[in-house]
Design a binder for this molecule. Structure first.
Ligand SMILES: C[S@@+](CC[C@H](N)C(=O)[O-])C[C@H]1O[C@@H](n2cnc3c(N)ncnc32)[C@H](O)[C@@H]1O
Length: 394
């Protein structure tokens, strides 16, 4: 068994054993689901909980005595891959934000072959452009937005490089025809289904080199994740889209205003949940869809009327804001306590998803490495899977 397969096996066992910790809808809970954790969690104030959320290492330390094998996964070493030697910005990069430029430069530092390049879900093709310039290879960038393709094409013409855009849907069957054997295929931050297709098409074509930085694991076509690897299918984990969002639930950066709005949204959603349980007489969680932040600028009563209409409930004549908001304040603390435990599994679950992709490639005869290609400050989605198919012996 490869080292990656060993790790995958351990993670499958661990995630299965503790699925009651992370496969939960915190909004649906009205009491803490783990009595043994009550002594440590119930003493935490909201400020403590917010501070622990901002400092994951401290949260892992707090929970380690109760979930030692899960906390230990955070210490598994993951190789640091190559980084760009400098982040000097050429003139053509002027519209690219600094963190994006660092991601692209670091990704490119890990690509060094002698074959034409296919860039999957390219946006304006910034990565493809940098690779075309650095490697003097022809680059084809697949992207479905005509506007982004037009902008990328204009830049390629100005720079006089062999960089072509293929404006099409990556999920259409014809996209498979872009993959070749003697090719380096790259995908930076292609969402769920898009990067799963990238791997499947690449493997089918026997593409020599596949390099992928995955993101948005939950954006899949089905309701549940279908593992790619044989080992993944045998693991017996059933992952819903809600579960697949877990690795993406990072601490929100974005300043005081964003944090305040998040707090109001959480409170009002919970206050509405209390209200709807009373109105319907059904003690079950009723999820609300995402909504424009404008709705948070009025008062709770106005929000609750909108939510009742949205859910087809009779709107009460009077809504006692103070009553429902006080109930929500208690529930908010409970949600944060449950999230603290769930978040211990963000990394193990992401690692499991990455290793499922890695093992699929190994099963198909690829040599695979998994590591981080850029600094955390540039993006939390910084894992890189690199797969090379050795040339068959003559
Ligand atoms: C997260 S962005 C990444 C862009 C670029 N690789 C980067 O890292 O800057 C994903 C890109 O995929 C494109 N995309 C989304 N769905 C697509 C589809 N079905 N077919 C082709 N491109 C798609 C989007 O328009 C977007 O440009």
């Amino acid at each position: 068994m490869s080292e990656l397969a060993d790790q995958f096996h351990s993670l499958s066992t661990l995630l299965q054993r503790h699925h009651g910790d992370w496969q939960r809808l915190p909004f649906a809970c009205r009491t803490l689901p783990w009595p043994e954790l009550a002594p440590v969690l119930s003493t935490l104030s909201e400020d403590d909980l917010d501070a622990l959320e901002a400092e994951p290492a401290a949260a892992h330390g707090l929970l380690a005595p109760y979930r030692s094998e899960v906390a230990a996964v955070h210490d598994w070493p993951i190789p640091t891959l190559k980084r760009a030697s400098d982040y000097a910005t050429p003139r053509w990069s002027s519209g690219i934000p600094g963190r994006k430029w660092a991601q692209i430069s670091d990704f490119a530092a890990n690509i060094h072959g002698h074959h034409p390049i296919l860039e999957w879900c390219a946006g304006k093709g910034h990565l493809g452009r940098l690779l075309a310039l650095q490697q003097q290879q022809a680059v084809t960038s697949l992207e479905w937005s005509a506007d982004l393709c037009r902008q990328g094409k204009a830049l390629a013409e100005r720079l006089q490089i062999e960089h072509h855009f293929y404006c099409a849907d990556a999920l259409a069957p014809e996209a498979a025809g872009l993959f070749r054997r003697e090719q380096q295929a790259v995908a930076l931050h292609a969402c769920g289904e898009l990067h799963l297709r990238f791997l499947q098409h690449g493997v089918r074509a026997g593409t020599r080199s596949l390099t992928l930085s995955p993101c948005c694991y939950h954006l899949i076509t089905g309701q549940h994740y279908q593992p790619l690897s044989t080992a993944g299918r045998r693991a017996g984990l059933s992952l819903s889209r809600h579960d697949l969002r877990l690795p993406l639930q990072q601490q929100v950066t974005g300043g005081e205003r964003v944090r305040r709005l998040r707090q109001i949204e959480l409170t009002w959603r919970l206050a509405f949940d209390e209200l709807q349980r009373t109105l319907t007489g059904n003690d079950a969680y009723l999820p609300l869809p995402t909504f424009p932040k404008q709705l948070l600028s009025g008062d709770f009563a106005a929000f609750a009327r909108w939510a009742c209409e949205r859910k087809g409930l009779a709107v009460p004549a009077q809504i006692d804001d103070a009553h429902w908001l006080a109930l929500a304040d208690e529930r908010r603390l409970l949600v944060k306590r449950i999230e603290l435990v769930r978040h211990l599994y963000r990394h193990p679950l992401e690692l499991w998803l990455l290793l499922d992709r890695a093992l699929f490639l190994e099963e198909q005869g690829y040599r695979v490495t998994l590591g981080t290609f850029t600094d955390m400050a540039n993006t939390p989605r910084r894992y890189l899977l690199q797969a090379h198919k050795p040339t068959a012996a003559p």
